[in-house]
Design a protein around this ligand. Structure first.
Ligand code: NAD
Length: 350
């Protein structure tokens, strides 16, 4: 397994491998870049098919966090950690404790948060052994409700801000009354986004693989239920993917009728070239990692101790960043995803 010559290595500053015989913990911490501050990123637990797959994932994800934090105007770098194993079978309190000790020994250049396969209670176990954990404190969330560290309310609010900004830029209106929005996935983020949109007067179309989520949106928010196969090609103004990645691809893009795409799902573009394809189809794509940065902004403020009004104000700066991206994209004729990456590099590279 190559490391320094790995195709995803891309000048990572630090890579730490950890093995704890007693608990069976095998984990990797990757710190991509700390020019702007300590690296913050999720701790993922996943049943990887091989060590190579785990290494590729942690390198790719940690680099993504550098770009995300830079564009969110945070004094943070990019990092990520992975625990190798099936969270349903291999996750024990002892294993999480060992991960907490590993985080402590690795130093303060990486701060872990929840991710796929880990939860706030899991991070709270790690937190007993280290200060290098975030998103674990009981507090009032930006929606004024009690919050156990879950960043979803902040992510949903940021996605709402991003969606409104893209609508204003592409469709020339601040008024969301009657705006048709299709939401793929009404889970933690998608459902809260739907609530914001409903309050702003939008007309909602939703789908989910879990019927009860759809039923809730239909009964509580007057949304129209749509099949999973139809959601991407609906005749709507905005498409908001809030479920899974790679939904923007060769097969789906030609069928999309929405003029704006703004949602929370990570890695929406199946391949970098789909960025250009969306531009060619006249669709304004609000880059996912800019739009869904509300969560990391929230976690950052939890660490520095500001209250939720400051978090809300910071999340609203997503609008400024998007407007700069859209404007530079128009001026240069280059797609928005590419411009976002360039802008991030301008901010974090010395
Ligand atoms: P979630 O699991 O709570 O919600 C996702 C929803 O999508 C679920 O209800 C699930 O049933 C549904 N879904 C899954 N596959 C689907 C499919 N094929 N068609 C329709 N629905 C499907 O997750 P979440 O926390 O709401 O996150 C949503 C997306 O936003 C993910 O891509 C996540 O990586 C990204 N994201 C979340 C946060 C956060 O703060 N939670 C932050 C940044 C990015």
């Amino acid at each position: 397994m190559s490391v320094f010559s790995h195709p995803e290595f891309d000048n990572h500053e630090q890579l730490a491998f950890f093995c704890d015989e007693e608990t069976g913990l095998q984990a990797i911490i990757a710190v991509h870049n700390t020019n702007l501050g300590p690296a913050l990123g999720g701790c993922r637990m996943w049943d990887y098919a091989s060590d190579e797959e785990a290494l590729r994932d942690v390198l790719r994800l940690s680099k993504g966090m550098t770009y995300k934090s830079a564009l969110a105007n945070l004094k943070l770098g990019g990092g990520k950690s992975v625990i190798l194993g099936d969270p349903r079978k291999h996750k024990t309190e002892d294993l999480l404790a060992a991960m907490g000790r590993f985080l402590e020994r690795t130093g303060d250049q990486y701060i872990a948060a929840e991710d796929s396969g880990t939860s706030v209670p899991d991070l709270q176990v790690m937190n007993r052994y280290t200060n290098n954990v975030a998103g674990v404190t009981e507090r009032t969330g930006i929606d004024d409700l009690p919050c156990n560290g879950d960043p979803s309310p902040a992510t949903a609010y940021g996605t709402f801000v991003g969606l409104k900004t893209a609508v204003k830029y592409k469709l020339g209106t601040d008024d969301l009354t009657g705006l048709k929005v299709a939401i793929q996935g009404v889970g933690n983020v998608g459902y809260r986004l739907a609530k914001h949109l409903k309050m702003a007067g939008a007309e909602l179309f939703v789908t989910d693989i879990h019927d009860e989520q759809v039923r809730l949106a239909v009964t509580e928010l007057d949304a129209t239920a749509v099949s999973q196969s139809d959601i991407l090609s609906l005749d709507v103004d905005v498409l908001a993917p809030c479920a899974l990645g790679a939904v923007l691809n060769d097969a789906t893009i030609p069928r999309i009728k929405a003029k704006v795409i703004a949602g929370a799902a990570n890695n929406m573009l199946a391949h970098a070239r789909h960025d250009q394809m969306l531009l060619d189809h006249g669709i304004l794509y609000a880059p996912d990692y800019v739009v869904n940065a509300g969560g990391i902004i929230d976690i950052y403020y939890e660490r520095i101790g500001h209250e939720h009004n400051a978090v809300r104000a910071h999340i609203e700066t997503i609008a400024d960043t998007l407007n700069e991206i859209f404007q530079r994209s128009d001026n240069s004729g280059r797609p928005t995803g590419e411009i976002a990456n360039i802008l991030a590099e301008e901010r974090f590279m010395k």
